[in-house]
Ligand binder design. Sequence first.
Ligand code: ATP
Length: 249
Amino acid sequence: MNETLRRDVPAEVEHVLPEPVLELSAVRAGYGPIEVLHGIDLQLQPGSVLALLGPNGGGKTSTLKVCSGLLTPSAGELRVAGRVVNGVSAGQLAGVGVCSIPEGRGIFANLTVRENLWLAAGTRATLAQLEEVAYTRFPKLGERRKQLAGTMSGGEQQMLALSRALGTDPAVLLLDELSMGLAPLIVARMYESVAQLAAEGIAVLVAEQFARAVLPIADCAALILHGQVVRVGAPADVEDELSTHYLGG
Ligand SMILES: Nc1ncnc2c1ncn2[C@@H]1O[C@H](COP(=O)(O)OP(=O)(O)OP(=O)(O)O)[C@@H](O)[C@H]1O
């Protein structure tokens, strides 16, 4: 909830509102001298799915990079669990439970499923724990544990990417273009898994160019255009605005 809205909340109910687990306030960021995010306000509540929508180049990936610590705000604040974490590294943010699956899935194509999980193991989870999470949630991965990740289908690769993230017991999951290169049926299944994660308490921020893929499971949506959030609201309302005004119906 932004400050404008917060001022409208009566004092007697304000204390029962959940604290956002991740929050961007007036965040500006860019690449070298070029600013591409011009004052982003977003709030992500625990156990919810926030869909970040918009056309190519709008700033979705850059926003996720700010959230994961890969891009440092030049102004404004990134907060995790209420603490300002501007300039904290991606590794440190991962250590406190902010986990990111980048566009392209971030898996190692020439390593097996098991080796990919092994690389994700660390202080937060052992290989055995990661394998248990992965193979219980996605039995197909168990069958393919010795297969090279690059030879699996796109959907299976996405399962592996999700498993690597989940094994670290994240509080926040950042997903970029989960649907990329996947058949609609597989996309729907992947998003069912994402909805399940949110039901288990994980806060999920999903950047998606294809709104229809994510909106059925989103609790809230934000439309980002030219580096600015132009609308935040119920998924159906944001979808209407997206198609009517920006994608020509
Ligand atoms: N590494 C970079 N260096 C310079 N400019 C960049 C870089 N990455 C992105 N940009 C620019 O920042 C702007 C926002 O890009 P971003 O990738 O965040 O948008 P997006 O909404 O995720 O688009 P897409 O869906 O095409 O990935 C674009 O104008 C893009 O050209």
